[in-house]
Design a protein around this ligand. Structure first.
Ligand code: ASP
Length: 331
């Protein structure tokens, strides 16, 4: 008889492990259930894979840190070198899932599947979505076709690539979308279907790894709005920011005063990346803002949160503006 694939589950908390006092109340606390509690709610997992697991952390993902993310990447890299482990599933809160997914996509050095999942409803809720999400995530991690696709997120029957997904709704189970370049596939009651691969560099072809000394270089996000005060940039730099991502309006725009202030910091060697507060679309170079003249970088397809992560890793090494711009086109 063929042996089933072996999948390791690393639990980090989130609403999938959340509990409320009643099954219909909106308020709850993330990260209350442990891994055993999560697994008990999912029947038939053992028909998909041989499961082993570890309680890696237990936080709401609003409290996810680069310390935990870095340890997680190192742990996964350590696990995946073992021939007997076929894939890893990470349970995680949905708030910052896209950030951890993108971070792992850059720092994992294996082509074996790494699949993240979570839930929008706590484990105690009527129609909790966590158990089926976990079942589907294990099905994807155990599927040989999932190899070489980078880090994926499985939620609500959808398979998203780490590069493309974003959280779009505060409460709905249909919260994750991949608005810029689409879904990677679907998974319905464990039946996996892939439509396409990831479009950008990831995992084994990524030049990044999690072997560095913390803290990572500080990069702040400044949210653009009508009549924005430019002095927030100075506050970031004073506190040690080596880079600033502008969550710009429209195509990564900001008002004239902020452009002037940002160009001044760019001349001092602070990396200024223009992303967008708009949930979908790309930020192109030299569209309404003269990036060449101001020394700015365009985030291309990355939203502000992911653009920040790429810059934090990029700034571990001395790189010029042009080289960093190429990273945004590549990852
Ligand atoms: N605040 C929760 C978290 O990110 C939300 C969730 O998991 O859906 O941990």
């Amino acid at each position: 008889m063929k042996t089933l694939p072996s999948v390791r589950i690393l639990a980090t908390g989130g609403t999938i492990a959340g509990a409320a006092a009643s099954s219909t109340q909106a308020g709850y606390t993330s990260g209350r259930l442990n891994l055993k509690g999560l697994l008990n709610a999912v029947p038939d997992l053992d028909r998909l894979a041989r499961i082993d697991g570890e309680q890696f952390a237990n936080v709401g993902s609003q409290d996810m840190s680069f310390d935990i993310m870095t340890r997680l990447a190192r742990e996964i890299n350590g696990l995946l070198v073992h021939e007997e482990i076929d894939g890893v599933v990470v349970t995680h809160g949905t708030d910052t899932m896209e950030e951890t997914a993108f971070f792992l996509n850059l720092t994992i050095n294996s082509s074996k599947p790494v699949v993240m999942t979570g839930a929008m409803r706590p484990a105690t809720a009527v129609s909790a979505d966590g158990p089926l999400n976990l079942f589907n995530a294990v099905a994807v991690a155990a599927d040989p076709a999932a190899k070489g696709r980078g880090v994926m997120v499985v939620m609500n029957d959808r398979i998203h690539g780490a590069h493309s997904l974003t959280k779009t709704n505060t409460t709905s189970v249909e919260t994750f979308l991949s608005p810029v370049n689409g879904l990677m596939g679907t998974v319905v009651f464990g039946k996996v279907k892939f439509f396409r691969g990831p479009f950008r560099k990831h995992t084994v072809v990524s030049e990044f790894n999690p072997e560095y000394d913390l803290p990572l270089p500080r990069v702040d996000i400044v949210y653009a709005c009508a009549d924005m005060p430019p002095d927030l940039l100075g506050a970031s730099v004073e506190r040690g920011a080596k880079g600033i991502v502008i969550a710009g309006d429209g195509n990564g725009n900001m008002n004239e005063d902020t452009i002037r202030a940002a160009a001044g910091f760019a001349r001092q060697g602070i990396c200024i990346v223009r992303a967008s507060r708009v949930p979908t679309g790309t930020v192109g170079r030299n569209v309404e803002v003269d990036d060449d003249a101001n020394g700015f970088i365009a985030s291309d397809e990355l939203n502000p949160a992911k653009a920040r992560i790429l810059l934090m890793l990029a700034l571990l090494k001395d790189r010029g503006v042009e080289e960093i711009q190429e990273l945004y086109y590549g990852y």
